[in-house]
Every structure is written in structure tokens, then in C-alpha cells.
Design a protein around this ligand. Structure first.
Ligand SMILES: NC(=O)c1ccc[n+]([C@@H]2O[C@H](COP(=O)([O-])OP(=O)(O)OC[C@H]3O[C@@H](n4cnc5c(N)ncnc54)[C@H](OP(=O)(O)O)[C@@H]3O)[C@@H](O)[C@H]2O)c1
Length: 343
């Protein structure tokens, strides 16, 4: 049992992690900026209201509650998020109790390849600037900060894209509507690359199972990058499975590497809900979301999400059986009727 705090634990990834950590028998705190009733059904989860702008207060909170590990799940890089995570890291390094830290990530290793580098200037971390992949500079500068604090063991958890999206709107998940590349409801696909590259997709609950086990690993055993592989499939396999389940041929476009590198993707209907989720009255998220898919599509088309099992946490925990994407799509889409109730 580890005393673990999930910063931003009221969010999509955060809630999934909290469930997995509780199931793993850990003592779980959630850090948030305001009181939340989200965990009222889980009395063992304690929500601590903190100011991420007050480093000393954060340190005192970690010491008072003897928090050993902090998992950060801050969402999109809205103004202030980068600086707040840096303060969390510094407060964690100052608190005697804290031994490990995982910064917000939960997707891909943006440092892996300059091919999907974003055009932003170093030090720009927010969605307001001209970005293809918003997290690259964010991740690099976070890692620079972590390297300054040798008392803290850290890792970046990468799980590829969550496969939950391919069950929407019928499969239970905390994830919002961010269906990538293959829109099973609309029977349309915009495949990055040739369709034959293997790509890691992981169900969010499997991600949480691996993290729950990884936080119990012996001190000194964390690598800087911790990959979690739920399944590895090609887009051709995804489309073929979805076509069979729906009983129709999909309208399929291919986005070659050259197009993806220009930050362009073919828009699918599912992108609309994703863009709406992150847009505000003052901010149109279209370029950021489509640019993000172009960046991720580049990584996928380059084969950078074809991770070897022996390089992943899977090698440490072979007993964890993960959800497989073909079976997942078959379960939620075979015989699906338009009038079926959506979640
Ligand atoms: N692999 C995938 O398919 C996938 C999918 C989704 C997300 N992700 C990644 O997972 C990470 C978390 O994403 P998410 O969708 O779970 O995030 P989210 O739900 O949008 O946000 C998580 C929490 O962050 C806190 N937060 C939001 N804005 C903040 C701010 N300005 N300052 C401080 N805290 C703030 C909020 O908690 P409070 O309001 O309680 O403070 C919120 O509940 C991101 O790195 C994202 O890229 C990956």
C-alpha cells in the first residue's frame, strides 16, 4: 500500500486512475483547486483543496498527509498549467515524504522523434500559441525540471491513444468524446500513413491497473519512460473490424506522412465533438485539435507507437491481461442499431 496523491484527479484520466489505485489497495488523495463531490461514493478517497500557486503550502500538505507518490493528470495546457506542475515538482522535492513523481503525460513520448516536433518556440507551453503538438515543449521542460531534483524518482507514463474512444458512445468510460482517425458511428476513417503501421492503443482501465502496480515497484526501478501496451493493431485491422461489425464499407481517406508533417489531416465527423469540448467563447480549438491529430498521426505513421513489449511495463507485470481492440469493437458495435440508447 502506497500513499498516493492524484493531482487533477477529478478529471478524465484522474478519475480512471483513482478507481485503479483504490482497486490496487492504495491510500488515495486527490488534489484539486476546489471542493468536489466527484468521490462522494468512494469515502476512502480524500480530496485536498490546494493552491498550486503556493509551493510552501503544497509542501506542507504533502508532509502533513505523508504523501509518498504524486501522479499529475493536469489537462490541456491552458494558461498556468505548466507553471503549476513545476511548483508541484519543487514542493514534492522539498517534502521529505515524497519519493516519486509522474508528471502529466498519459499519451506518447514527444521527445522520441523530431519529425513530429511542433513549431512552437522553446518555453511556450500553452494552447494560445501556434502549435501542432502542444505537449512537446511542455514535456521537455518538465523533464528538465525533474532532472534538477535527484531526490525524486520520476517517470513519464505513456499508453498510446486510449481505445475507449472506439466504444463511444456506448461503452462506459471517463474519457470525453475524442474519437481519433476512425469514426465508427459515421462509418468514416482518415488513416494516418499506410494503414499497416502497428500502433499502441490501451483501455484507460488497463492504464490504471499498470500504474497501480508500478507505484509499488521497488525504489530505484522506475525508468524515465514507462510504456503501457494494451494492444497493438494497424488501422487496416481497426477499419476491417469496424466494417464487419457495422455491416457496411467505410468511406476511407489516407493522410500520407507529407500531409501530416504539414499539420494537416482529413477531418472526420467525430472531430467536431472533440473541438467543441476544448473550445470556449474566446478560443476556437480547431487548429489545435486537428494539429494534434496531425502530430500524433505522424508519430503513428513513422511507427513510433510500435513499442516492443520487452521495453514496456508489460514485461514487469505479465499477469495483467489487457482489453484487446478487435474484441472491444466487436463487443460495442456488432449489431448496433441507430435507435440503441447512447451513454
Ligand atoms: N492517451 C489518450 O488517449 C489521452 C486522452 C485524454 C487525455 N490524455 C492526456 O492525459 C492528461 C490529462 O488529461 P485529462 O483529459 O484527464 O484532463 P482534464 O480532465 O481536462 O483535466 C484534469 C484536471 O486538471 C485540473 N486542471 C484543469 N485546468 C487546470 C489549471 N489551469 N490548473 C491546474 N489544474 C487544472 C482539473 O482539476 P481541478 O479542477 O479539480 O483542480 C481537472 O479536473 C493530459 O496530458 C492529456 O494529454 C491522453
Amino acid at each position: 500500500m502506497v500513499v498516493v496523491a492524484v493531482a487533477g484527479g477529478t478529471g478524465h484520466v484522474g478519475r480512471t486512475l483513482v478507481d485503479g489505485l483504490i482497486a490496487g489497495g492504495h491510500d488515495v488523495y486527490v488534489l484539486g483547486r476546489k471542493p468536489s463531490a466527484v468521490f462522494d461514493h468512494l469515502p476512502s478517497v480524500r480530496v485536498l483543496v490546494v493552491s498550486y500557486d503556493d509551493q510552501d503550502d503544497l509542501r506542507k500538505t504533502f508532509e502533513e498527509h505523508k504523501i509518498e507518490i504524486i501522479l499529475c493528470t493536469f489537462g490541456a495546457p491552458f494558461p498556468g498549467v505548466f507553471e503549476r506542475q513545476i511548483r508541484l515538482i519543487r514542493a514534492a522535492a522539498e517534502a521529505d515524504a515524497v519519493k516519486r513523481f509522474a508528471p502529466t503525460e498519459w499519451l506518447v513520448d514527444y521527445e522520441k522523434d523530431d519529425e513530429y516536433a511542433s513549431p512552437q518556440e522553446p518555453g511556450e507551453h500553452e494552447v494560445s500559441c501556434r502549435l501542432k503538438i502542444i505537449w512537446k515543449s511542455f514535456q521537455q521542460d518538465t523533464v528538465k525540471e525533474l532532472r534538477k531534483h535527484p531526490s525524486i524518482e520520476w517517470t513519464l507514463f505513456h499508453n498510446g491513444y486510449f481505445m475507449d474512444y472506439f466504444g463511444q458512445p456506448y461503452a462506459l468510460t471517463y474519457m470525453p468524446s475524442e474519437v481519433p482517425f476512425v469514426d465508427i458511428e459515421a462509418c468514416k476513417a482518415a488513416i494516418p500513413g499506410t494503414g499497416e503501421e502497428r500502433v499502441v492503443f490501451t483501455h484507460s482501465t488497463d492504464m490504471a491497473k499498470f500504474v497501480s502496480r508500478a507505484i509499488g515497484m521497488k525504489p530505484g526501478s522506475w525508468k524515465e519512460h514507462s510504456w503501457i501496451i494494451g494492444d497493438k493493431v494497424t488501422f487496416h485491422e481497426i477499419v476491417a473490424t469496424a466494417e464487419k461489425a457495422r455491416g457496411v464499407k467505410f468511406d476511407v481517406a489516407y493522410d500520407p506522412l507529407e500531409k501530416l508533417r504539414e499539420g494537416k489531416v482529413t477531418r472526420i465527423p467525430a472531430n467536431d465533438a472533440h473541438i467543441a469540448h476544448y473550445s470556449t467563447e474566446k478560443f476556437d480549438a480547431t487548429d489545435v485539435i486537428l494539429g494534434m491529430f496531425a502530430g500524433l498521426g505522424t508519430a503513428m505513421a513513422l511507427g513510433d507507437l510500435d513499442i516492443k513489449e520487452e521495453d514496456a511495463l508489460n514485461a514487469n507485470f505479465p499477469d495483467i491481461k489487457t482489453v484487446k481492440l478487435v474484441a472491444f469493437i466487436e463487443k460495442y458495435w456488432t449489431g448496433r442499431q441507430p435507435q440503441d440508447p447512447k451513454l
